[in-house]
Structures are given as C-alpha cells and as structure tokens.
Design a binder for this molecule. Structure first.
Ligand code: 5AD
Ligand code: SF4
Length: 430
C-alpha cells in the first residue's frame, strides 16, 4: 500500500512540474513515506530524516533550499514525536491526508506556511482526491480498500489507517481499465483487508470482492490478477470459486495466519482458529489444486509457549508455503498486546524466528527447485543487475532472471526454468 501511495504522490508532484531525481542531493523536495507496523520500520525514518537534514544544510550553503516532508503511518502515530525529534520537517501528512500534497508543498514553497501537520481522519475518502493513475510498468497496484476493523491486538493499522473504506465498483473498474489501456498486463488489487471489500455498484448495491474480480477479469488485454492481503475469516465461498473459474486469477494467495496456536490466535483477537484456516486452505486447493500459499507469521507474541510455537511449525508442515514473511513480535505503543503479561524474551524470539525461517525456507527452496525444467509465463518487470538481464515474475510470484534484451520488458513470455535458489529462479526464453 505504501508503494501505491508513493506512486500516487509522485504523480501529484509530477503534475506540479517536479521531476524525479536519481540523487537526493539534487532534490528540492524530499518526502519520506513511512511505515509504523514494527518498531524497526518506524525508527528508520528518524535516521533517514537526520541524513536528509545534513543534505539540506549542505545545499543551503550553495543557495538551494530543500523542503522535507514526512507522510504515512509514522506521522499518524507519532506526530508530536516527529516535530520534537525532527523540528526542521516542513510538513507531515497522515496516510489518509496526502491528497493535500500539492497545496501543502505550494504553501511551504511560497512561505505561506512555516510548518504544516495534518493527521485528520477525514469523513471523505482519500481516493476521491487522488490523481488519475497511469501504468508505469506491466504490473500495477490498484488500491480498492483501505483501513481495517479487525483490531488484532498487536497491530497499529486500525489506528493509523483508520476504519475500512471500500472504493465504489465503478471507480475501481475505471482505474483498472485506464491501467490496462496504458500498458498494465497484471493488476494487484490492494487493501489491508482486501477480501472484506464491499464497494457500492452504480445502483448503490454492495458488492463483494468476488463480484469485483469477475468484473475486472472481463477487461480485454488484462492477463493477470492478484489481490492482497486477505483475512482468513473473510474468505467466502464466492471468493473460493473465483480461484476455480477465473483463469486470469494467479494461482498464488497470501493468506496470513500469524500463529498456529488457537490460544495465541485468541489473544491476538483473530476471528479464526487454526482449523478454520486449514479448512479455507483445503477449499482453495480443491478449487485450484495448483494454488501456492503464502503467509505472515509472528513469533514471540506475549504468552507464546514452546508448545504454541510448535503448533505454528505444524501449520507450516501441513500447508507447505511456497513463500512467507515472518517477524519477531514488536511491541507497539497503544496496542492491547503491548501491555499484556508474558512478554517474551528477545533471545527466545530470535531463536524461534530462526527455526521458523529455516523451515519456511526449506519449503520455499523445494518449491523453487521443483520448478526447474518447467515452462512458465513470466512477466518481465525490471532490468536485472547485469546488462542484458531482465527480472520478472512467474504466476507464483517467484523472481526469475533471464538473459534477454529490453524489448521483453513489460511483456509476458514463456520461459523454461533452468536454475533455482531459495529466492529466485533463472530461465531462458523459449
Ligand atoms: N509485531 C510483529 N509483526 C507485526 N505485524 C503486524 N504488527 C506486528 C507487530 N506488532 C506483521 C503481521 C502482519 C504484517 C503486515 O506485519 O504479520 O500480517
Ligand atoms: Fe492489522 Fe491485518 Fe489484523 Fe487488520 S487484519 S488489525 S491490518 S494484522
């Protein structure tokens, strides 16, 4: 979602006549779009800001000023802290307020405002004010929903991104069509809780994600659809059927379980048990036997025993994820879990994370190795590190490198996989 938001901000600035720089020293405006999900991410912004301030001072010596802005969830959660620790910041906008960017940058530039902070949770949706989205590559994000009402006890999102808002069906379809017309072959529908989507159609009727996916699949020229991130309790049968019936829907689903222990899931305030989750995975695999699963995991949640942790490993052994993201529990101020008894020692968290990641990587590596010799459609999205190399994605989100010229960029091409490691594949175009 932050990548999506950053791209929208870049378009707003480009519409004002600004151009992207490659080097921060050349930039008249520097904006840090921030994440507050774990402490490490939140702390990073303060060191980045410190560096930006040094560059600002260097530039001042050459008679050039720099506007420094901060946007995103750290602003929402730590507005006072930012102004205290980085008083030189010119503006700070919460994640639902960045649609004001043009007006705010102009006000600072023209010295109408000295410093501006806006963290309102407005009644209006940010989506109503965003500039038209154009495709920048063969694969685009499309935000269809924002915010979350789930209040998992460890998570800051409901406090930083606010309550769930779904964009109307027509708005999403118009944006999707525009993205496809301007070159997108793949759309990744985004939302913090994307499968609780309930946008209104033109007649005012609420529609679910399955309806939207079917509509989007009708767009000519679009070849691949993904959606992320889903909440297990909100996967309904309509959505499961989409994995059977919509050919364009990729056979890969990121469905976070967080923990395999019912006791911990309860403390996390997740609205599903371990069995509920496994049943959903089973139904998805019935709908599409080729589906590959991915998940997020948190280890060391308050009160997590060795037995609870074993339950998480057991889920991994059952589902055999082809990819996953795993984190040590991070205590976030203002969330219920931060003040729960039984906070886990850092060393224990570290050890559990290592054990979990070793197991996850073994499945991921096996899946990648099993891909060798297969032919897969790959959407080449970026240039590789070496000249003459492109990097793309398989239907399963695996990164694939191939020695091909730039004419293959932003195209979907059949590739034979020749080599594999834990994190990527190599292949040759056939
Ligand atoms: N500590 C560790 N991981 C967290 N996540 C969210 N909040 C926390 C936290 N306090 C993880 C969850 C979520 C992902 C986006 O970040 O696994 O799915
Ligand atoms: Fe956070 Fe996801 Fe839980 Fe919402 S569902 S509170 S975004 S972890």
């Amino acid at each position: 979602m932050n990548v999506y938001d950053s791209n929208r901000m870049a378009v707003m600035l480009e519409n004002m006549g600004l151009v992207k720089t490659q080097n921060q020293r050349d930039a008249d405006v520097v904006i840090f779009n921030t994440c507050h999900i774990r402490e490490k991410a939140a702390e990073k912004v303060f060191s980045d800001l410190g560096r930006a301030y040094l560059i600002k001072q260097e530039r001042l010596e050459n008679g050039k000023d720099t506007i420094i802005g901060v946007t995103g969830c750290v602003v929402q959660a730590e507005d006072k802290e930012i102004l205290k620790r980085a008083p030189y910041v010119d503006f700070a906008l919460g994640p639902l307020r960045y649609f004001r960017l043009k007006e705010v940058v102009e006000a600072i530039f023209n010295e109408r405002e000295k410093q501006l902070l806006d963290t309102q949770f407005s009644a209006v949706s940010k989506f109503d004010f965003l500039p038209e989205n154009k495709s920048e590559s063969g694969c685009s994000y499309l935000a269809i929903q924002e915010g979350c009402n789930n209040f998992c006890t460890y998570c800051v999102v409901p406090y930083t991104r606010g309550v769930e808002v779904s964009r109307p069906v027509e708005d999403v379809l118009n944006e999707a069509k525009r993205l496809v017309q301007t070159g997108s072959l793949e759309l990744n529908l985004l939302g913090q809780n994307v499968n609780s989507y309930h946008g209104e159609d033109a007649s005012g009727k609420e529609r679910n994600l399955a309806y939207l996916l079917n509509k989007i699949a009708e767009i000519d020229g679009l070849q691949r659809i993904r959606y992320t991130t889903s909440y297990p309790a909100d996967v309904d049968d309509d959505l499961i059927q989409c994995h059977k019936n919509i050919v364009k829907l990729m056979p890969y689903l990121h469905l976070p379980i967080q923990s395999g222990s019912d006791a911990i899931l309860k403390k996390m305030n997740r609205r599903h048990t371990r069995d509920d989750y496994l049943r959903v995975v089973e139904k998805l695999k019935e709908a599409n036997p080729n589906i590959g699963m991915s998940s997020d995991f948190i280890v060391g949640f308050p009160g997590e025993t060795d037995e609870d942790f074993q339950q998480t490993l057991d889920v991994v052994n059952r589902v055999k994820y082809i990819q996953a993201f795993s984190f040590k529990y991070s205590r976030r101020p203002g969330t219920p879990a931060a003040v729960m008894d039984g906070q886990i020692d850092e060393k224990v968290k570290k050890d559990r994370l290592q054990i979990l990641q070793d197991l996850l990587f073994s499945y991921q590596t096996k899946f990648n190795l099993d891909s060798i010799g297969k032919v897969m459609p790959v959407l080449f999205e970026n240039k590789g590190r070496h000249k003459g190399q492109l990097v793309g994605r398989t239907p399963y989100m695996q990164n694939l490198h191939a020695e091909v010229d730039n004419s293959f960029l932003n195209k979907i091409v059949e590739v034979r996989v020749t080599d594999a490691s834990t994190n990527s594949l190599s292949g040759e175009v056939i």
